[in-house]
Design a protein around this ligand. Structure first.
Ligand code: NZQ
Ligand code: ZN
Length: 388
């Protein structure tokens, strides 16, 4: 097991009808900016419920944060924070709204005038931040895990950038599964795949005596497999949805990632597919994961066998057939959620692979994987496998 620091200060308030507790979680005299997306929170009455539970606090609104939140949209919020002396940020939505809120907070407190410099640090904490506003989140889409981590993904100049800072941990996050009941099935499916692949990125690398992390990761994967199609077919079944929400949060809050090698190839190539072709984040991962395993069978052999035996309970056959069966079962699982697993399912043909490779090169994605050995040639091999 590798050395690690585990720190997560986010207070989780989980369960139904917990919005009333907002009153206890936010200072009485707070001047609050509520941030949200394209309108689902208005349409389904969540915004109204939130405003009611904030009683007579001073409230301002910043809506319009788009999926894959754009730098140009987010930066506009800084003026409101300055002008109205905002001292609390409340994000109401999914990963895009929460990530956007985190970025707005960093940009407001960043000493340099050029806020795009915040995009240059990848997975390392951004420097030049000495104070921050408190952030609270009310999650409406279980997927990204942003409600309990210090990361964000921001779109700028046709690229997606990871932006990390310890100041980005929410003070609290309210996870009320009933607020996700209004999600379209395709967004629920996106969230299941995103959560599943977050676990894979931190689990399916090479063995390093991290028994607790492995067993916990396997538990999340098995739960997602058990409840995946159920929570899509019965969106208002509280118990299955509650399990999805908690699995999704626990998949990317630092716990299973502590002390283990991490991959993130699927995400890095997936980000290019989202920016180039507008494919939802979760859907890009379902396309890439089976292909990556097909190309990386040798490098991931031991953990692929462990994944086959422990998660899919595959006991028959030799190791090669166990690996192939586990890859096929994973692909079938994604497809059972209604998520396609080939780039060609989106009408994208081999002739587009060059532009993806050029984008990877332009964004410095030339040494991916847990050992940094996935170069552009190997990425090309992976992408070729996504064209059926
Ligand atoms: O914009 P609104 O109107 O709110 O509609 C949203 C949006 O259109 C809708 N929606 C959300 N909650 C709803 C709802 N519709 C009905 N009922 C509800 N309760 O769903 C659509 C997608 O929302 P979005 O927030 O974009 O989806 P998701 O939560 O999957 O977030 C995706 C973003 O998260 C980033 C991705 O890159 C992407 O930008 N990620 C962030 C990570 C992190 N911070 O750690 C890690 C992840 O790997 C991921 O990269
Ligand atoms: Zn993701």
């Amino acid at each position: 097991m590798l050395n690690f620091n585990f720190y997560n200060p986010t207070h989780i308030v989980f369960g139904k009808n917990r919005l009333d507790e907002l009153d206890k979680l936010i200072p009485k005299k707070a001047k609050i900016l509520i941030l949200f997306g394209g309108g689902s929170v208005k349409k389904f009455g969540t915004l109204e419920k939130v405003i009611r539970s904030l009683k007579d606090r001073k409230i301002f609104e910043f809506g319009g944060i788009e999926p894959n939140p754009k730098y140009e949209t987010l930066i506009k919020a800084i003026n409101i924070i300055k002008k109205e002396n905002i001292d609390f940020l409340l994000a109401l939505g999914g990963g895009s709204v929460i990530d956007g809120t985190k970025f707005i907070n960093l940009a407001f407190n960043f000493e340099d005038e050029d806020k795009t410099k915040l995009l240059n640090y990848g997975f390392s904490p951004v420097p030049g931040i000495s104070k921050s506003l408190p952030i609270g989140t009310i999650l409406t889409l279980p997927a990204a895990g942003s409600e309990m981590n210090s990361g964000a993904v921001i779109t700028y100049n046709n690229a997606k950038y990871a932006v990390f800072s310890p100041f980005s941990f929410p003070k609290f996050s309210i996870l009320d599964p009933t607020l996700t009941f209004t999600l379209p099935s395709s967004q629920v499916a996106n969230g299941i795949v995103d959560s599943f692949v977050h676990v894979i990125e931190q689990y399916l690398t090479f063995p390093n005596e991290a028994r607790f992390q492995d067993r916990t990761a396997e538990g999340i994967l098995q739960t997602l497999i058990e409840i995946g199609t159920k929570t899509i077919e019965n969106p208002e079944n509280y118990d299955t949805r509650a399990n999805l929400v908690w699995c999704s949060t626990m998949a990317l809050n630092g716990l299973i990632g502590a002390g283990v090698p991490q991959d993130w190839t699927t995400h890095m190539i997936g980000h290019e597919l989202t920016v180039l072709f507008g494919i939802d984040h979760g859907k890009t991962l379902a396309i890439l994961q089976p292909a990556i395993w097909q190309v990386r069978k040798e490098e991931k052999r031991e953990k692929l066998i462990q994944y086959a035996e422990r998660v899919w309970k595959i006991t028959e056959g030799d190791n090669n057939s166990k690996i192939d069966l586990a890859i096929n079962k994973t692909r079938e699982f994604f497809e059972s959620l209604g998520v396609k697993t080939y780039l060609s399912d989106y009408g994208i043909k081999k002739d587009k692979i060059d532009i993806i490779i050029n984008a990877l090169e332009k964004h410095g994605m030339t040494a991916l994987s847990e050992t940094g050995d996935i170069n552009l040639d190997i990425s090309r091999k992976i992408l070729n496998k996504t064209i059926s």
